[in-house]
Design a protein around this ligand. Structure first.
Ligand SMILES: N[C@@H](CCC(=O)N[C@@H](CS)C(=O)NCC(=O)O)C(=O)O
Length: 339
């Protein structure tokens, strides 16, 4: 009887949440395969997109590279699997990928009903709207009756429904599985509005035929805390992924960058920096090799370096730090103490 109940429960788990995973499983798998496999987007510049030479780049990509540097000693021991918004959760649930780092919003439903654990917000975002300048639209309140192009399987799609209903506005929505199709439909004039995370729109405009014929409306209609996610059940892997990112934040806060790290390792008397750079870096607790935080900061850099390189004002995406500034600068980026 008990066996039958167990089988049913197990089947229900597998059907709803995928293959069960227990502590240590993912790290063992990653060590055996020799790389960390990360689910990424099909191309969102600044977050995850291949550059001219086919190298994946972006904030999400760096979060993944940090994990590889920590657990395998080399940030390049990564594989990136492009996934549509719809495919991404199944790929994680089934264990096809070790980590999802794909401009994914941390929501209650995804955390509580889908067997996922979000590790740490790597970019605080919100949903925005892009329109053609020639349309003369100034705010979302001018969008009554508009046709919108969005990606299927996203919070974007759900927020549009809430927003238009709440504001008693009518709308038509065209949804596409692939971002390229969404962009092409908007570019071809099949819809009046392109809606997505603001950070994505800032990068996506460069895919349009005439990027500066379009304008991003000032309104933000949602919270989109973007975070990597792992499967529930493997606490050890969760901690590794979470602390790999925390180290990037701590590096910025403590002024440790890929450029000055070797000098600071020799000369710093700051106790937290000394712990971080190898004296007591909790490697044993994470069951990885000592020096993991050093490897992340040396090979990938701190959060400020990653932000500037990928999406900052010095990059084509040109996003200000805003909410994504460190807490000492009045932003939301805050890592627990390293002690
Ligand atoms: N953050 C939102 C939206 C994520 C999303 O998939 N956005 C689209 C529009 S920019 C995208 O990234 N598409 C890229 C792709 O299809 O690979 C979510 O988690 O649902």
């Amino acid at each position: 009887m008990m066996k039958a109940i167990n089988t049913i429960l197990c089947l229900a788990w597998v059907l709803c949440w995928g293959v069960p995973v227990s502590a240590g499983d993912v790290l063992d798998k990653v060590k055996k395969q020799g790389y960390v496999e990360c689910g990424v987007s099909q191309g969102v510049p600044g977050f995850s997109a291949p550059d001219g030479s086919g190298q994946w780049r972006g904030l999400d990509v760096d979060a993944c590279r940090a994990v590889a540097a920590a657990v395998l000693g080399d940030a390049n021991k990564t594989k990136f699997r492009p996934l549509s918004a719809k495919e991404r959760f199944t790929a994680l649930q089934s264990g096809e990928i070790d980590l999802l780092a794909r401009n994914t919003t941390w929501t209650a439903d995804r955390a509580l009903s889908m067997g996922l654990r979000f590790t740490a917000v790597l970019y605080y975002d919100g949903q925005g709207f892009m329109v053609r300048k020639s349309q003369g639209i100034r705010s979302v309140k001018d969008l009554n009756g508009a046709t919108l192009c969005v990606n299927a399987g996203t919070t974007t799609e759900l927020n549009v429904a809430d927003f238009f209903r709440t504001n008693k506005m009518t709308y038509k929505i065209l949804t596409f599985a692939d971002i390229k199709e969404t962009m092409a439909a908007y570019d071809a004039g099949r819809c009046d509005v392109l809606s997505a995370d603001r950070s994505a729109l800032a990068g996506q405009r460069f895919i349009l035929k005439n990027p500066f014929d379009h304008v991003l409306l000032p309104d933000t209609i949602s919270k989109e805390p973007l975070s990597p996610a792992v499967r529930q059940g493997d606490d050890q892997w969760f901690e590794i992924v979470q602390w790999a990112f925390n180290v990037m934040l701590l590096g910025e806060e403590l002024g440790v960058s890929s450029k000055n790290i070797d000098e600071l390792k020799q000369t710093s008397t700051n106790p937290e920096i000394k712990r971080l750079l190898g004296e007591a870096d909790f490697a044993a607790q994470l069951t990885i090799e000592n020096g993991w935080a050093y490897r992340i900061l040396k090979q990938v850099g701190n959060y400020a370096e990653s932000f500037e390189r990928n999406v900052g004002t010095g990059s084509p995406i040109n996003l200000p730090r805003g909410m994504n500034a460190g807490w000492k600068q009045g932003g939301l980026m805050y890592a627990p103490p390293f002690r």
